[in-house]
Design a protein around this ligand. Sequence first.
Ligand code: DAT
Ligand code: MG
Length: 140
Amino acid sequence: MTVERTLSIIKPDATRRNITGKINTVFEVGGLRVVGQKRIQLTTKQAGAFYEVHKDRPFYNELVTFMTSAPVVVQVLEGENAVARHRELMGATNPEEAAEGTVRKLYAQSIGENSVHGSDSLENAEREIAFFFAETEILP
Ligand code: DAT
Ligand code: MG
């Protein structure tokens, strides 16, 4: 049994549609717990740095513009195998390929406006959590 933490972001398409609670219900029912949470407006600089890994991809500018288009909810989720479990509950990047019952199948609007971000490895989770949260802001 490995309890992990992962970084979750509820994206602008979802804050705009007032469905952050519906999304977190999927995560909570799925066994994850919100242990840190804030609603913030990302700057272009922050969004660009957060998604730096994608800087050479054709969708990078579109992604940064979208992520700064409305507030986001950044949160730390904790639970058994949280990194993989969260990705499972999110569903595939492209909502057309996402499994039934996943957040992206239920709520995503397109491959770009896909409602949620989740860390893809434990190493990235640690880095991404530290990007947004001080240790004192995480309250299990
Ligand atoms: P994920 O968010 O599932 O980890 P990713 O890391 O490959 O997916 O891409 C990061 C985000 O970039 C993704 O959530 C939405 C956007 N994106 C990815 N592929 C895209 C594409 N082909 N067209 C437009 N946006 C895309
Ligand atoms: Mg990713």
